[in-house]
Design a protein around this ligand. Structure first.
Ligand code: AMP
Ligand code: GLY
Length: 424
């Protein structure tokens, strides 16, 4: 098979690394890809939003299967376009991807189908939103309806703060049209977990559990980022909780979407807040998590390609995914200043040494080449990922590797995976 992966971050590096090992794949392309990805795939200089060029490339190269990494092309309808052209593509269509691209849509879906989520209300009108904020007590959470690169969710501790945030989103339009509507919801306590599954629109095949670290600083302090590290498995997810999540969230969500005429095929990711035995959905994503994909794919024993190919062709997703009985931890190295402004161009040394360490891989997110050197070129730059026989083993292995990377402009959290230790 000839396979094309759409995207160019750490998640797509992990996907390309995994897909390139499939005996089913004879040629692998990635658009636009990155320097790390170029070791496993031929990188093609097409932006993820340039769907016309993606279609042209897939036709010219006679690609058998296209796999979409990020949410933006999915929300733009890349799957619909490929299918109109009779091209085989893995991912939800535009209507189904709205489960991520519209928070108003996903909250209303959960309400209609009794899927547990935080108490909420939605608003088009600024004045009505302000009045509601005055009625309910903070803390509360304000969410811009549309995609906002992970920045559209703001936790407000006081009424004044909430009114300011509504002003920014609904009047000043700091997130553009994504702020035409907002969701305002109750603040939930607990621990966040990522629950990711394959679905053919009917059957749900769960992946192993994982947990992201969204906050910038140790101890979950500081601003939210795209994710500063992740680990798998997440031992907070007991077999009982796993069953509850499947029965109360994953299966009902897939059935609800089908009932609504938006059959969902692809990867469905539920971001959950767990408080004891109480589970609530914070959000859905229509794709693999980044960085969750990195530790998950390192643990996956099964070939991922046949399942993706079956689902993309409208077949029935069957069987279980096989996993290595090991733990995996990914630590993200980000440019100092991220998620705010940061400088680019600092040289990164010793990536190859780290890749030669046993059970360790360096996934690239934001790097480029300057002469023969690799330099930092983005907010999140690298995702160093290590396997271990247990979570503590994987933590020691990953930090040994991270400390070996030499670059003056990179920052990382020092407590990735620590949250898991209280459960083992
Ligand atoms: P979302 O994009 O909706 O997942 O929100 C981004 C992040 O904001 C989540 O990962 C949580 O850390 C936080 N968050 C969102 N909704 C809530 C909530 N209702 N209560 C507490 N934290 C929340
Ligand atoms: N790691 C969170 C996300 O992919 O949205």
């Amino acid at each position: 098979m000839k396979v094309l992966v759409v995207g160019g971050g750490g998640r797509e590096h992990a996907l390309c690394w995994k897909i390139s090992q499939s005996p089913n794949v004879k040629a692998l392309f990635c658009a636009p890809g990155n320097i790390g990805i170029s070791k496993h795939a031929t990188c093609v200089d097409i932006k993820v939003t340039d769907i016309d060029s993606m279609v042209r490339f897939a036709k010219a190269e006679e690609i058998d299967l296209t796999i979409v990494g990020p949410e933006i092309p999915l929300s733009l309808g890349i799957v619909d376009r490929f299918q109109e052209e009779n091209l085989n593509i893995f991912g939800p269509n535009k209507a189904a991807a709205e489960i991520e691209s519209s928070k108003v849509y996903s909250k209303n879906l959960m309400k209609k189908y009794d899927i547990p989520t935080a108490f909420f209300s939605t608003f088009y009108d600024y004045e009505e939103a302000v009045n509601w904020v005055k009625e309910v007590k903070p803390p509360l959470v304000i969410k811009a309806d549309g995609l906002a690169a992970g920045k559209g969710v703001i936790i407000c501790h006081t009424e004044d703060e909430a009114v300011d945030v509504l002003d920014d989103i609904m009047r000043s339009k700091i997130f553009g049209d994504s702020g035409n509507q907002v969701v305002i919801e109750e603040f939930l306590q607990g621990e966040e977990v990522s629950f990711i599954a394959f679905t053919d629109g009917e059957n749900v095949i769960p992946l192993e559990s994982s947990q992201d670290h969204k906050a910038l600083l140790d101890g979950d302090k500081g601003p939210n980022t795209g994710g500063m590290g992740a680990y798998s498995p997440a031992p907070i997810i007991t077999p009982e909780l796993h069953e509850t999540i499947m029965n109360q969230v994953m299966i009902p969500t897939v059935r609800a979407l089908k009932q609504e005429g938006r059959e969902y095929k692809g990867i469905l990711y539920a971001g959950l807040m767990i408080d004891g035995t109480d589970i609530k959905v914070l959000e859905y994503n229509c794709r693999f998590g980044d960085p969750e994909a990195q530790p998950l794919l390192m643990r996956m024993r099964s070939d991922i390609v046949p399942l993706m190919n079956t689902i993309s062709k409208g077949g029935v997703a069957q069987g279980d995914i096989q996993w290595y009985d090991r733990a995996s931890v990914c630590v993200v190295l980000a440019s100092k200043g991220y998620p705010g402004d940061y400088k680019k161009g600092f040289q990164i040394d010793r990536i190859d040494d780290v890749n030669n360490m046993d059970g360790v891989l360096v996934f690239h997110s934001g790097t480029s080449k300057d002469d023969s050197n690799i330099v930092a070129n983005g907010g999140r730059v690298l995702g160093v990922t290590a396997l271990g026989d247990s979570i503590p083993d994987a933590i020691s292995a990953v930090y040994k590797a991270v400390n070996h990377i030499d670059c003056e402009s990179l920052y990382f959290r020092t407590d990735i995976g620590k949250k898991a230790l209280k459960y083992i």
